[in-house]
Write a protein that binds this ligand. Structure first.
Ligand SMILES: N[C@@H](CCC(=O)N[C@@H](CS)C(=O)NCC(=O)O)C(=O)O
Length: 241
């Protein structure tokens, strides 16, 4: 590989951080440009970025080694495995497992991300204000729209229940090894204190440990991985300024 993969990201939005985990797992060099939300210069909806991704979203990659330009975090991770996982570090061993990984990635992007997002956003409020304002805005929103928040928190818990059930008797989701299926859930699961804030059943990590023990042990194991630790440290650093 001669040059780094160009990577368009966001400092807080969880989806691009899935790709950072895989860059780190596979030791792929990458160079990040962080965008803001909105249509100002440097924003995901600015015409200069909409030319790159009409959906106005990150992540986006350009791989100079192949010319590949791709959006969608899970598709990008598939591409990274196909091209850079020569030692099968994360690749599933069988065709059956390959499709099972896809099943979980579909569940992650169609269920986990959108449900969690309903109760962790608007991230736009973060721009220029920081976490305190974000949490205050969430609290205000809770008061104004209690039913909506409770509805989506119910769906978040249902998502955790599903994964907890799937993990019964297993250390990983697919094939007894860490795959993209396991890694894809991490960035959004790291938001659970905010997503489930105020929930009487599952609002704290110790509640979730009691309610979803298989999910909890798996999550703790996943975040101990060196690549995940690097991602978390980097996210903390870039958000410290
Ligand atoms: N399904 C897409 C979702 C991408 C997405 O929603 N990205 C967020 C950041 S986490 C974004 O760019 N949001 C900007 C917006 O919607 O205006 C993926 O997994 O890549």
């Amino acid at each position: 590989m001669s040059r780094s993969i160009q990577f368009w990201s966001h400092k807080i939005g969880p989806n691009p951080w899935k790709n950072v985990i895989v860059f780190e797992e596979l030791g792929i060099p990458y160079a990040t440009e962080y965008l803001e939300f909105g249509n100002n210069a440097g924003g995901v909806e600015h015409p200069s970025f909409l030319k790159k991704n009409a959906a106005g979203r990150v992540p986006l990659i350009h791989d100079p080694a192949t010319g590949m330009i791709l959006t969608e975090s899970n598709v990008i991770n598939h591409y990274l495995l196909d091209h850079y996982d020569k030692d099968d570090i994360l690749s599933p061993a069988t065709e059956q497992d390959k499709y099972l990984v896809d099943k979980y990635l579909g569940f992650q992007s169609s269920t986990q991300a959108p449900f969690y997002a309903q109760v962790s956003l608007p991230l736009h409020i973060l721009v220029g204000f920081g976490w305190l304002t974000f949490i205050q805005s969430l609290q205000m929103r809770n008061k104004k729209n209690f039913d909506g928040v409770a509805h989506f928190q119910h769906l978040v818990k249902r998502t955790l229940r599903t994964i907890d059930d799937e993990l019964r008797g297993k250390g990983f989701l697919v094939g007894g090894k860490c795959t993209l299926a396991d890694l894809a859930f991490i960035p959004w699961d790291l938001m659970l204190d905010i997503v489930l804030q105020g929930d009487a059943e599952a609002g704290t990590a110790s509640d979730r440990k009691q309610l979803f023990p298989n999910w909890y042990n798996w999550h703790v194991k996943m975040i101990q991985r060196e690549a995940v630790q690097k991602m978390m440290k980097l996210k903390e650093e870039v958000n410290a300024n």
